[in-house]
Write a protein that binds this ligand. Structure first.
Ligand SMILES: O=C1O[C@H](COP(=O)(O)O)[C@@H](O)[C@H](O)[C@H]1O
Length: 259
């Protein structure tokens, strides 16, 4: 299926020697954006992914940020979630809770985990309905440009196949144009049942950080950023990420080794 050419956003690629340096830089970047958005609009909406991202966020829950960030203004969402109980080891909520959320004073009422009692389809519908309610209450704004909800920051990882969120290269969810949240029951990466934000919502975010570390992602980074031809007929999902303000890639030297 042909894809519309994604709009070109402002973007930068930041390369660091070690994963530790990426963790330090991501913490400062996130804390700086928190200060900016809290000053401008009184809150800071952050959309998390699962995977290695949460470990890379570890410096944000240390000094100086642990005490200087205004956590009371944070709203937390998930760009994708595995449809498993929230206390299951496969849950992105559990991963984020154990590694990040349990260490900072974000109000539980500002943490928007999925409802784990539903089927994948039901969980996607329920999460989308909850987002629509937040938009109605003006807690999350709508993008003037797209008509989709506009989150302040999305922190994304990617897989070696180029997937972001739970939008996989050969699965139709990546082409969804109307839904805010959709579901997948046959994710090629386990566990199979998941829900995920769609590209219209991802690309309506103000800022997106692609946080990518490790040599196993070097080929994919080269395809996404280095002009290497794509292996298939369509761009990889990671190449479709294009937020409204700025896209920032954070790479360690292993991930950047083929650029
Ligand atoms: O399954 C998932 O994979 C991606 C990438 O994870 P990583 O471990 O390669 O960083 C992640 O961004 C997504 O949230 C997660 O559900």
């Amino acid at each position: 299926m042909a894809l519309a050419t994604p709009k070109k956003c402002k973007s930068q690629v930041l390369k660091f020697d070690y994963e530790e340096d990426v963790a330090i830089a991501v913490a400062k970047y996130t804390a700086d954006l928190s200060e900016k958005y809290v000053k401008e609009k009184g809150s800071f909406s952050v959309v998390l992914s699962g995977g290695t991202l949460i470990e890379t966020l570890r410096k944000l829950v240390e000094s100086p940020y642990k005490d200087s960030v205004d956590w009371s203004k944070w709203l937390i969402f998930w760009v994708d979630e595995r449809v498993v109980p929230l206390d299951d080891d496969d849950s992105n909520y559990k991963l984020a809770y154990d590694g990040f959320l349990s260490k900072v004073p974000i109000s539980p009422s500002n943490i928007y985990a999925i409802n784990d009692k539903f089927s994948p389809e039901g969980a996607a519908d329920e999460y989308e309905a909850r987002l629509k309610h937040l938009v109605k209450r003006k807690i999350i704004p709508i993008s003037d440009a797209t008509g989709f909800p506009k989150f302040d920051l999305m922190l994304l990882g990617m897989g070696p196949d180029g997937h972001v969120a739970s939008l996989f290269p050969t699965h139709h969810q990546r082409y969804e144009k109307k839904r805010w949240v959709t579901f997948i029951t046959d994710s090629p990466k386990p566990p199979p049942p998941r829900i995920t934000y769609t590209f219209p919502v991802i690309n309506s975010a103000s800022e997106i950080a692609m946080v990518v570390t490790g040599a196993e992602l070097a080929n994919t980074v080269k395809i996404a950023l280095g002009g290497e031809p794509c292996p298939g007929p369509s761009p990889l999902p990671c190449m479709e990420v294009s937020p409204e303000e700025e896209l920032t890639w954070f790479l360690d030297k292993d991930a950047a080794s083929k650029l």
